[in-house]
Design a protein around this ligand. Structure first.
Ligand code: BES
Ligand code: MN
Ligand code: ZN
Length: 509
């Protein structure tokens, strides 16, 4: 008897990314676990979200809740976790610092930290969690729900050994009837992040260019997003020389996805481009062993734009969104592109391939050049583009480069609302002067120093002058190489999805 495949790339499986239910609740009810907060107020710990129901359970356990938690060392410091076992209830108190004016991101992190702690606890299976963090306003309810759902989403291992049961429902205490919309929005957002994470975590043998294209087809099938898939023949006919060059070394041919969400009566047009290298071996400029191991995540940008576009459609945002995902696998073979090759991109620019490991900017060049036909109000590309950006900003902050300061401000505002961190880097005259090649219009690589800026300058060449454009380099934060923290799991993080959704929101009319 043939066993079922562990992952069938030809169809999208919603089970892989199933999230717990989310609802508003009026009490602890039959929950297995509850999450509350502790803040430092005048250097004394104070509880956030405690209720008379919790206090009476604490009384049965021998004291007031604050006294019991303090006895276990709770101070309210950010990131601190204190656990109490009350009658039939696991209580988790998370430290939230001394800031009484809590930002949405503080609530996201606290909810995420609490949910992760409950899920780790292991003993009895925690099926129902109630989160009580005094969230009243809709924005606060949404942040708490997002943090909780993002923490609850986890990668379904490729294994036949059964895993422990997932969390069934998350109840938000303090929310009211008008919170229904906020909870629905949180769910749509968290679902998009979960899908982006899952695709990014899937191994490269199971997710090549055409596989990711089929995943996108299945995922978008019942949505208001139209999908067009260009195969290698169509790419050749239309002149996508960059995508074909990068994908040429692989037995699995490249693809270009074009997604379009166009609700009635929209005035503004946002165009997204996401780097989709399903595996980056470096090509003939082969990467060292340690870097090879995680280069399945080099399609995180593509996953982000696909997931975000569906979420934007589900939220019904009044903005026209087009998204491109150039998908290719960068391999070594007799048909691979060589260092020294000159490539002609979609707009006729010639590029000397000075290093085959610069594959990202080559596929993005084609897609960015294609966006010039879309009459966009803003073009945003997102890519795990340079190690240099990780050196500059570390593993948790993404780089931002733009055509102008107004565009940078728009992106930074969206990122702030989403709770994702970006830091602006310049594209200087000096770095632009490094672009020309002695044998072609451009070269794909110059110095090692300032590598993130050179990549930004290279990409900007392909965007028509006068277009508002932003480049997001997520090489660091797309992948969490250390342990889970707050609502961020180890490995793929889905970083960028929430900022793209917020950006669309800010452009919606
Ligand atoms: N995908 C990598 C960038 C990357 C590095 C992503 C680390 C995530 C973590 C990209 O294609 C690449 O190889 N960039 C080279 C460019 C260099 C050859 C100019 C790099 O950063 O080393
Ligand atoms: Mn590379
Ligand atoms: Zn790459």
């Amino acid at each position: 008897m043939a066993t079922q495949p562990l992952f069938d790339s030809s169809r999208f499986d919603p089970e892989r990314v199933a999230l717990p239910g989310i609802e508003s609740v009026r009490g602890i009810g039959k929950a297995d676990a509850a999450v509350i907060g502790v803040v430092e107020s005048n250097r004394h710990p104070t509880l956030i979200g405690t209720t008379s129901e919790l206090e009476s359970k604490a009384a049965k356990a021998g004291g007031g809740l604050l006294a019991l938690l303090s006895a276990r060392g709770a101070t309210g410091e950010v990131g601190e976790v204190t656990e109490l076992h009350l009658p039939a209830l696991q209580l988790v108190a998370v430290g939230m610092g001394d800031d009484l004016d809590l930002r949405p991101e503080d609530l996201r992190r606290a909810a995420g930290l609490g949910v992760r702690q409950v899920m780790q606890a292991g003993s009895a299976e925690p099926r129902r969690i109630v989160i009580s963090l005094d969230a009243g306003a809709d924005g606060q309810v949404q942040a708490v729900a997002e943090g909780a759902l993002l923490a609850a989403s986890r990668f379904r291992k490729l294994s036949r050994v059964a895993e422990s049961a997932p969390v069934e429902t998350i109840g938000i205490l303090g929310s009211n009837r008008s919170s229904a919309r906020a909870l629905a929005a949180a769910r749509i957002t968290a679902q998009a992040v979960a899908v982006a994470r899952d695709w990014t975590n899937l191994p490269p043998n199971l997710l090549g260019p055409s596989d990711l294209a089929e995943q996108a087809r299945g995922y978008l099938k019942d949505s208001k997003v139209e999908l067009e898939i260009l195969d290698e023949k169509a790419l050749d006919k239309q002149g996508f020389g960059g995508i074909l060059a990068v994908g040429g070394g692989s037995a699995r041919p490249p693809r270009l996805l074009r997604l379009d969400y166009r609700p009635r009566g929209t005035k503004r047009h946002l165009v997204l481009v996401g780097k989709g290298i399903t595996y980056d071996s470096g090509g003939f400029n082969l990467k060292p062993a340690d870097s090879l191991l995680t280069m399945k995540h080099d399609m995180a940008g593509a996953a982000d734009v696909i997931a975000a576009t569906r979420a934007i459609a589900e939220l019904g945002l009044g903005v026209h969104v087009t998204a491109y995902a150039p998908l290719a696998e960068s391999m070594i073979s007799g048909s691979a592109y060589r260092p020294g090759d000159v490539i002609t991109t979609f707009d006729g620019t010639t590029v000397e391939n000075t290093n085959s490991d610069c594959e990202g900017r080559i596929v993005l060049a084609d897609a960015l050049a294609r966006t010039n036909q879309d009459d966009a109000d803003m073009v945003v590309d997102i890519a795990t583009l340079t190690g240099a950006c990780v050196v500059a900003l570390g593993p948790q902050i993404a780089g931002l480069m733009t055509s102008d300061d107004a565009t940078a401000d728009r992106l930074l505002d969206a990122a702030e609302a989403a709770g994702e961190e970006f830091w602006q880097l310049p594209i200087t005259e000096h770095v632009r002067k490094l672009l020309p090649s002695p044998v072609a219009d451009l070269r794909s690589k110059a110095d090692r120093n300032g590598g993130a800026l050179f990549a930004g300058a290279f990409l900007q060449h392909f965007v028509a002058e006068g277009t508002s454009w932003a480049h997001l380099d997520i090489a660091g934060p797309a992948w969490n190489a250390s342990d889970a923290h707050d609502y961020v799991p180890a490995h793929a993080t889905g970083m960028g999805v929430r900022t793209l959704i917020e950006l669309a929101k800010s452009m919606a009319g």
